[in-house]
Design a binder for this molecule. Sequence first.
Ligand code: HMG
Ligand code: MG
Length: 582
Amino acid sequence: MTLQSTPPTVRIVEVGPRDGLQNIREPISTPIKLELIRRLEETGLDTIELTSVVSPKAIPQLADCREVLGSPQVKHLVSKSHLRLPVLVPNVKGLNIAIQHGVKEIAVFISATEGFSKANINCTVEQAIERARHVASLALKSNLSVRGYVSCIFADPYDGPTSPASVLHCVRKLLDAGCYEVSLGDTLGIGSPANVRSLIKYLVREGIALDKIAGHFHDTYGQAVANVWEAYNCGLRVFDSSVAGLGGCPFAPGASGNVASEDLVYMFHNAGISTGVDLPKLVETGIWISETISKPHSSRVGTALSIKSKAATSAAASMIKKSSKDAPLQWNMFSETEGLQLFRSGVNLKLVLNRPKNGNALTASMISDLTSAITAASQHPQTSRIIITAAGKFFCTGMDLGKESTPVAQGDATSKAQFERLTSLFEALDQSPKVTIACMNGPAFGGGVGLAFACDIRLAVRNAAVTLSEAKLGLCPATISKYVIREWGISFAREAMLSARPVTTDELKTKGLVSDVADTPEQLGTRLDELLAQLKVASPDASRMSKELVRLAWAHAGTEKQAHGIRRLFEEMMGANADGAD
Ligand code: HMG
Ligand code: MG
């Protein structure tokens, strides 16, 4: 019998969804954050810091922590026992919110230095230690695990260099408070390997066990990978990092992101050290998140590997994209009413919902204008395709339920008029002989989902989750059910209606309900151009007849009406004057 030695391993704590995003000013939607978490978990990472429950004034970017933690996706992940999903909390308020959302692990954080402590959490180091101790003891009583952070291990942005003795003091206090491990944060990214070695040796000499500390290095001075390697060689086995090297702290001005997870995984794998992470998937995730939130991609490994894999596939891609490499379609606006703009490019008509501040919620006048535009285009011989898209972050959030304008609970006449309006809109779209396309630039809710699914084809940007949110409001998706249930299938539609949960674009794509998913709004424009080029293969009559065949199949399958309809279309297509004769 031969003895097999197990390969050395390290644990990577992915802090991208928290440290990576917290300092970004531009709002990032919750579905993008959830998609990031989903993708990270799929790479094999088993520790992911999900978010922080802190003051939304201090960190506005993570003000949606309740939505993230309350989402069915995160709840499902939290139920998986092999995952560690810590949430950063500064105080009892944060802890209670985390507990209410079923979180099983929190991270408490203090600084070894006064200046950063004051700026970051508005208290002295000793007060912070006391607060962390109290939070940790309550968390442990509720059976949560507690991780600790000590920031500014080498220097403080306001006070200058940090004494190793203050780091030791903080580490001891956090371990005494019950933290299972304390992460040493070089918040400014200023340290280099010599500093790392000297601090770790000092802590170990003073009695801190190596398996109780982790490394958290920011990369401001380009030393972070070297620091991790040095720490590994000093005996550390747990490292925090952030996909694409995103990150930073608003209270550490000038400091850059965390060491990139891709760079660590590459380094360790090349040294025969296992991380359990699928590097190509991680690289893909890093490129995706950087493009999606339009932030620089700071992983050198990610950039190099993605260029390599792009080169390998470019021949195939250039074949597929040949037609779209032509100049992008030019759209000319020819009409504008309140909340709706109409554009034309040749035989293509584009309807743009233009009420971005209200999530493109449909007012009565928008519904009427949309219906008129679709009805007119359906009869217009020079129009072959109708595209519906929208301005701003959302595709369409459904009926306008604003306080002043809601048609809900306004009496019979209002209800009847709204029913007629909505039915006319969806029927105009559904009955149109033209090819109809929903180009979903963002999430859709309620009637917005109906709008998308009364169309023939859908393209979506990655974050364009769809939610049949009616049940949450005490309503039901009445007028849209005809189209949504037809396209989704009964069982799936029922579950989505009852749960009122966001259905992600990946799920829609897997089920064949959207034909293409783009990573960015720009890419969505290109995909639309590609689709419109592709659709040119069909003559207008061929498109109309194909649509009719599909309708006969779902509305009259197996009946005389279907048989008769198929025969009629057959005769039409074979006629001397039909497109086929050309
Ligand atoms: P404060 O102003 O001293 O305390 O803030 P407060 O109790 O008066 O609260 C102020 C407001 O925040 C109140 O709201 C509270 O309700 C609310 P208002 O009445 O004004 O409307 N609030 C909260 N809201 C949601 N969740 C909470 C919460 N607590 C209070 N948990 C406080 C003190 C600690 C709250 C604040 O300074 C804070 O939230 N700081 C967090 C800052 C932060 O998240 N920094 C980044 C993380 S640390 C880091 O990045 C370093 C690390 O990566 C390691 C490294 O690199 O070194 C970990
Ligand atoms: Mg950090």
